[in-house]
Design a protein around this ligand. Structure first.
Ligand code: ADP
Ligand code: ADP
Ligand code: MG
Length: 746
């Protein structure tokens, strides 16, 4: 603490008594206005000059556009947003009083010249670039200034200095900020670079000076592979960054690195503060998924040294505004090195807002308007000590089980965790929206604060358990497992964390019997409401619909993406017998077991039943269980169950008795009666085109109604029977048009 005070004085330009005039006075306990429900901006005192920024163009999309709009609105700034055709119905297009169309090209958000032109044309005074897109483009920042538009970001010169990896490292070295041992000079022949690599000692990392997004980087472990790796790094860098991309740095490769970065903020008067650090080591594909502050297992001396070096780095390039200085921390030596500076607001800035009780977007507007920094370094540190720890999880539309491959689609069902002063959601989507593959798949960020790290992680896990998403794959279940991982709770993080713990993190979870029971009870609830014909499958036994004694059978299979290709999860059969109104007996039989698990005297009642969702509360003999069942109308055989904070995806399959009764294999191109039956009705007409899974024929057998569904997409050629016909097992009911030479005979 004491050394920090000295540092803050040294780093502050003498002309600046940072405490006056006080522009932003937040009592330490005040809720940040950045929390989900925007509260009144408690931060402005009467001494504050009116902010000259009155109109703003938000040159971004998704959650960051909404995030910026929220603070702008609280400050009385009139916002305008931009949208491309795929974004026309998006939340960011709707969140501002004015929205301007960019047209069909999804890359239009990158068209700087046009965006400046639009801002001018609409008489807009300032522009916020958010992150990504144009946020780190010095030429764009310059173009804004030339057009008389306030660019809410750093000066173009500082952006350019930090944008080149070799130049930034020269400046840092001169300023006394440690860089990864390496060579960033002009000698670029393979021989010269190889001599450097030997001096640095293998393993080394080759990096393009123009690098970004992990491109143009190669690890070289031995002298023998040096030339080949250099050639490959240069080829990739030239392809990605064009001329000049082939200029390489040679760096010591850190084998067990942590990614620790410092949020800095500078004003125009030479003040610069650090708003704590963030550990972002938990990454996949070199992209962060969990970020937290303070960094775990970091001693105070190192922490303050990091802040100090980050402020020095920013001041060395004349920085103004919000920025992040990224360091790589070598776990084996405890040393840290400057990696790069991101000259913008970052995705994970809410973590720092939560631990410092600030609104960094508000700070950006104030600093851009020429105000001084609202807080001193000492005031910030006092807040951090008081406010504890914060963690952010990035919610991505992606499939962790399939190598984190991005997904897209419609958010058929979306329930988000309850928010309060300590649980915040920054989201760009609501239920019914479509997540397009044209853009980054981050759909939301969940940020949680707690008095200490462990509490914050536990609250994060609880909040994640409230999240319900159907319609596309997300990393939510994976994030829950991360939060439960003992290694993570202990804070033993490094950039290879996910790979290191993959066995534990990707372990399939067993599905409880109650999940299958609830799926069946829920379907029963919705079937009763919708009538038997609309029911997905199963049938009524015993005394029929009106009698108190009725039974239905269902069969499910867990859709498990982690399962090996080709292998299918076991079929689980559920038999539900209704004993009285809302009273059931449920038996669950797994393929792998001889005897069913039976729940007697189960009281179950749906609290909501719509075409796609059923919510029900069931009192099992030993526990009360609440579940939400979601059926995507586009794929009715798929059922998603949210229960006790876990998501299970099921596919409804024909029950075992059905398949057994079928006995003979289905004749290609036709559908046969699975058992002796009476035809109740045909659901299709001859010549009609049907989708796979569409109801074809409803039959009755042993007083039980069964819907026969189409095993394929095709055109119905012939309906072999009419209502009332009695058929033997194996009789052809429906014949399809010849598909790829399928046999017509039966
Ligand atoms: P951080 O360093 O905060 O993790 P990233 O470097 O991952 O930030 O980028 C911030 C966000 O901006 C990410 O969601 C990324 O996908 C997006 N992004 C980055 N560059 C572009 C771009 N050129 N166009 C669109 N989105 C981008
Ligand atoms: P980019 O511009 O692509 O973000 P960075 O220089 O920030 O490039 O590095 C990206 C990632 O590569 C870092 O987050 C870190 O995981 C890894 N990395 C970078 N430099 C080193 C190094 N010297 N040793 C080990 N890993 C490194
Ligand atoms: Mg980086």
């Amino acid at each position: 603490m004491r050394s920090l005070k000295r540092t803050s004085r040294r780093l502050r330009a003498p002309i600046t008594p940072a405490s006056s005039p006080r522009l932003l006075v937040l009592p330490p306990t005040a809720r940040s206005i950045a929390t989900h429900q925007s509260t009144t901006p408690s931060s402005t005192t009467t001494t504050t000059a009116v902010n000259p920024i009155k109109t703003l163009l938000i040159a971004n999309r998704g959650e960051i556009a909404l995030r910026i709009a929220r603070t702008a609105a609280a400050m009385g700034i009139r916002t305008t947003t931009l949208y491309t055709d795929v974004d026309a119905a998006s939340q960011h297009a709707r969140c501002s009083p004015h929205a301007i169309a960019l047209g069909a090209a999804s890359g239009a958000y990158l068209d700087g010249a046009r965006i400046v032109q639009l801002a001018k044309q609409h008489g807009i005074g300032a522009l916020h670039p958010g992150y990504g897109f144009l946020s780190e483009n010095p030429a764009f920042a310059q173009a804004c200034e030339d057009a008389g538009i306030v660019f809410v970001g750093p000066p173009p010169k500082a952006m350019a200095d930090m944008g080149d990896k070799a130049r930034s490292k020269e400046i840092m070295t001169a300023a006394g900020v440690p860089c990864v041992p390496g060579y960033h000079g002009a000698e670029q022949t393979p021989e010269q670079l190889r001599v450097r690599a030997r001096e640095i000692q293998y393993p080394v990392l080759l990096k393009s000076v123009k690098g970004g997004g992990g491109k143009g980087m190669r690890i070289v472990r031995t002298d023998e592979e040096f030339e080949a790796q250099l050639r490959s790094a240069r080829a990739e860098a030239r392809a990605s960054f064009g001329d000049g991309g082939e200029v390489m740095l040679v760096e010591k490769y850190v084998v067990r690195p942590r990614h620790v970065e410092v949020q800095v903020f500078a004003d125009r008067y030479g003040n610069c503060v650090a708003l704590g650090e963030r550990d972002c080591s938990v990454q996949r594909r070199h992209q962060k998924i969990l970020e937290e502050s303070p960094a775990p297992l970091l001693d105070d001396a190192t922490r303050h040294d990091l802040w100090d070096k980050a402020r020095t780095a920013a001041l060395a390039v004349g920085y103004v505004g919000a920025g992040t200085v990224e360091f790589i921390l070598d776990k084996d030596t405890g040393h840290f090195y400057f990696m790069e500076m991101n000259t913008r607001l970052q995705v994970e800035h809410p973590v720092s807002e939560m631990v410092t009780g600030t609104d960094l977007v508000e700070w950006q507007f104030r600093v851009a308007a020429g105000e001084r920094l609202p807080l001193t370094q000492d005031e910030i540190e006092a807040r951090i000590l008081e406010r504890g720890a914060a963690i952010e999880a990035r919610i991505y539309a992606e499939n962790p089980e399939k190598g984190f491959f991005p997904d897209s689609g419609k958010l058929v069902h979306l329930v988000t965790p309850k928010t309060d002063a300590d649980v915040r959601i920054d989201a760009g989507f609501v239920e019914g929206d479509t997540v397009s593959e044209a853009y980054d798949g981050m759909i939301a960020k969940l940020i949680v604060r707690g008095p200490d790290r462990e509490t914050a992680i536990r609250r994060m896990e609880l909040a994640l358990r409230e999240y319900e998403v159907v319609g596309l794959s997300t990393n939510i279940e994976f994030l829950k497992r991360l939060c439960r991982s003992q290694a993570f709770i202990e804070g033993d993080v490094e950039t290879g964390f996910i790979d290191q713990w993959k066995d534990e993190l990707f372990q399939p979870r067993p599905t409880s019997d109650e999940v299958f029971a609830q799926a069946a009870l829920g379907l029963l609830g919705s079937q009763i409401k919708l009538g038997p014909a609309a029911g997905p499958h199963g049938g009524t036994l015993g005394f029929g619909e009106s009698g108190a004694q009725s039974r239905r059978k269902f069969a499910f299979r867990v859709r498990n993406d982690a399962a090996a290709e080709g292998s299918e999860a076991e079929v689980v059969q559920v038999d539900v017998a209704q004993q009285a109104n809302a009273l059931y007996s449920v038996s669950v039989l797994r393929d792998s077991s001889e005897t069913p698990v039976v729940f007697e005297n189960v009281v179950s009642e749906p609290s909501l039943a719509s075409a796609t969702k059923t919510r029900l509360t069931t009192f099992f003999p030993l526990a009360r269980v609440e579940s939400t069942l979601v059926q995507d109308p586009a794929a009715p055989e798929k059922l998603t169950v949210f229960q006790l904070g876990e998501k299970t995806e099921l596919t409804m399959v024909s029950p075992g008795w059905f398949e057994k009764a079928l006995g003979l294999k289905e004749v290609v191109g036709s559908v046969v009666a699975p058992m002796p039956c009476k035809i109740l009705r045909n659901e299709v007409e001859e010549g009609q085109e049907v989708e796979k899974g569409a109801p074809l024929v409803v039959i009755e057998s042993m007083k039980m109604e069964t819907v026969i569904r189409s095993p394929q997409k095709g055109v119905v050629k012939r309906l072999a029977h009419k209502e009332g016909d009695i058929c033997k097992a194996g009789t052809v009911l429906v014949l399809f048009e010849d598909v790829e030479g399928a046999a017509e005979s039966s």
